[in-house]
Design a protein around this ligand. Sequence first.
Ligand SMILES: *Cc1c(COP(=O)(O)O)cnc(C)c1O
Length: 224
Amino acid sequence: MSVIAQNLAAVRDRLDRACRAAGRPAGSVTLVAVGKSFPAPALAQAFAAGQRHFGENYLQEALAKLGALPPGTAVWHFIGPVQSNKTRDLAERFDWVHSVDREKIARRLAEQRPASLPPLNVCVQVNVSGEASKSGVAPAAAGELCRTVAALPRLRLRGLMAIPEPGAAREPYRRLRELFEELRADGLPLDTLSAGMSDDLEAAIAEGSTMVRIGTAIFGARTK
Ligand SMILES: *Cc1c(COP(=O)(O)O)cnc(C)c1O
């Protein structure tokens, strides 16, 4: 077994245990393997070990890797900051964009998503930690952006995404979950909470995450 296959097995085990501890069914959380800074062969090893959802942060780096896995088999998630001049590649090449944080980006993705493809799955990124340096809409503005996304053609609103500051444990995930439940109660069709990374997936799952984005625990420490 490759190191990556062993790491993946360990992460799947952590996910199962976290689900059990939270009283949630095993398999209720989707694992997105975050390959940023790792080359295509590392992703291919994860693929060989059964991994199907892959996340990337940087468009240029991602474009070089998208062709590395058999076409139509992997599900590609863009999780990095979106520049408005890069939306076309995202609309044409990805299955999900987790990091939509302004209306302009949503509109461009909707215009540029090819009609031949299924709607692009979209999460609205929320700044639950309130730090000026982080991207994401303020929690109070998330509902309006969700409604904009839901009304646009070629996009499918799926949920919320957040990247809380490291070491903050459950508190930001609890706030994210409360916002998610509030928006659902308002009638928004949200089914995805994209939350949790290598160090804090247990806290995220305890607070209802349905999709974790894991890099280090699968591929190892990043050197850049
Ligand atoms: C890098 C990254 C991850 C994965 O982080 P790890 O700590 O390596 O698991 C998840 N989400 C986003 C948005 C990232 O940039």
